[in-house]
Design a protein around this ligand. Structure first.
Ligand code: GDP
Length: 436
């Protein structure tokens, strides 16, 4: 999915625009933590296209100097992560110096930019002022009013023109794509350094998209692996809230392109709600997941320590019981040699296909062992199950009445499938269909 970032000064209407675009599409997933609720990102659609929208703006500063440095930060994040940037300005405040400076940055980046002039509630009255924004030198200004939802369609038409035709190249690429996510300072860069080490491959075979520049390809055991957005890991920001925000934005954009996600947790600090938010991003998108507990060297241990950490992680990350946990030290190299093994195993499970005949045997047996639920005298019947796609493995179950298929019974079938095939490290998706 393409990534669209919104950049602009405080009070020009970034959040309003974000909310209009995200609209009701913001879904609050029951069993994952509030990743979508704090609205740093949202999954959106326009016509038949879907995209991920990110709001790069964090805290709203008031002094002029801070505004400019903040905008530079935002623009950098957008340039590093987005496919298209919406640069939003305000017709009522007019063109200001900070706008020009940011426009320069955006222009130099070569990223597609759509210049939007907000608060144009009345076209006749404000159009002359809109023309002034041509001076930014980043193309035609598009007048909108986010608050009254004017001009939004025209803006999205313009934005979607820049969507990459397809990510088919990436989809057909069979090399495992790995994202390493986690809070600042948990040791992501250190882990990348361990994994890449001397295995780095200088690739020049793929046409130089900007994305290749931020990824690192590695050859290990005669296989190639692509580590996503390794450049992003080297970023160092200044302001704390910004760092956390950036770690979420980075996670969203990297996870989007990944097959396997390493969710890194700091053992010396223990698992936190922020870790759960980041892990939730990978879970929601059905990616392969490995929970990596780093800095294990810093923990004072006895024979119960690992069990205690595991229990706590299972509790806080209760929505992903399928994920394996690996305790490592990027510093000493303890168990880092296992990372590739786990990545291979998870990748295999993400793409594992089970024969329909076997699946139906398992389901028939499961139904015989535990009677399906019933309601008002009508009992659930499960007719048929088949795996329709992978990454993540997705199953369709045909039943007599969807309403009767309780979440807990789906979970029961899932567990039976997992007992037989493991599918460790990957979530499984179930689609329930009615067949009369
Ligand atoms: P990032 O922000 O997640 O990329 O974290 P870094 O890789 O920059 O690591 C943050 C700090 O933790 C650095 O000072 C590292 O040297 C240190 N660090 C990383 N991994 C370990 C580890 O396994 N053990 C110890 N003791 N320190 C570590």
């Amino acid at each position: 999915k393409p990534i669209v970032a919104i950049v602009g000064r405080p009070n020009v209407g970034k959040s309003t625009l974000f909310n209009v675009l995200a609209g009701e599409r913001i879904s609050i997933v029951q069993d994952t933590p509030g990743v979508t609720r704090d609205r740093i990102y949202a999954d959106c659609t326009w016509l038949d296209m879907s995209y991920t929208l990110i709001d790069t703006g964090g805290i709203e500063p008031d002094s002029k100097d801070i505004i400019l440095s903040q905008m530079r930060e935002q623009a950098e994040i957008a340039i590093a992560t987005a496919d298209v940037i919406i640069f939003i300005t305000d017709v009522r405040q007019g063109l200001v110096d900070a706008d020009s400076k940011v426009a320069d940055m955006l222009r130099k980046s070569g990223k597609p930019v759509v210049l939007v002039v907000n608060k144009v509630d009345n076209f006749d009255k404000f159009m002359p002022d809109v023309y002034e924004f041509y001076n930014l030198g980043i193309g035609d200004p598009i007048p909108v009013s986010a608050a009254s939802r004017l001009g939004i369609g025209d803006m999205l038409d313009e934005v979607s023109k820049y969507f990459p035709n397809s990510s088919k190249e990436e989809e057909e690429d069979e090399r495992p794509r790995i994202a390493i996510v986690g809070k600042p300072n948990v040791g992501k860069s250190s882990i990348v350094n361990r994994l890449v080490g001397e295995n780095r491959v200088i690739v020049s075979d793929v046409a130089g998209t900007t994305r290749d520049a931020i990824d690192t390809t590695v050859r290990y055991n005669k296989k190639e692996y692509v580590f996503i957005d390794t450049a992003g890991l080297r970023r160092k920001n200044k302001i704390k809230e910004e760092i956390e925000r950036y770690s979420i934005i980075r996670a969203v954009t990297a996870v989007e392109r990944a097959d396997v996600v390493l969710v890194v947790i700091d053992a010396s600090e223990g698992v936190t709600e922020q870790d759960a938010k980041i892990a939730g991003i990978a879970h929601e998108r059905g990616k392969g997941v490995l929970i990596v507990v780093n800095k294990w060297d810093l923990v004072e241990k006895n024979d119960k320590t690992m069990k205690e950490h595991t229990n706590k992680i299972r509790e806080v990350l209760s929505f992903m019981p399928y994920a394996e946990i690996l305790f490592i030290s990027a510093e000493t190299g303890q168990r880092t040699g296992k990372l590739y093994e786990y990545i291979d195993m998870i990748m295999e499970n993400q793409t594992l296909r089970v024969q329909t005949g076997v699946l139906n045997e398992i389901m028939t047996e499961a139904v015989a062992m535990q009677q399906p639920p019933s309601d008002k005298g009508k009992r659930l019947k499960l007719y048929y199950i088949t795996e329709v796609s992978v990454k993540p493995p997705t199953f369709v179950i045909f039943v007599n009445d969807k309403e009767l298929m309780h979440f807990s019974y789906t979970r029961y079938i899932e567990n039976k499938i997992r007992e037989a095939f493991g599918f460790r490290g990957t979530s499984l998706k179930f689609i329930i269909r009615e067949r009369k």
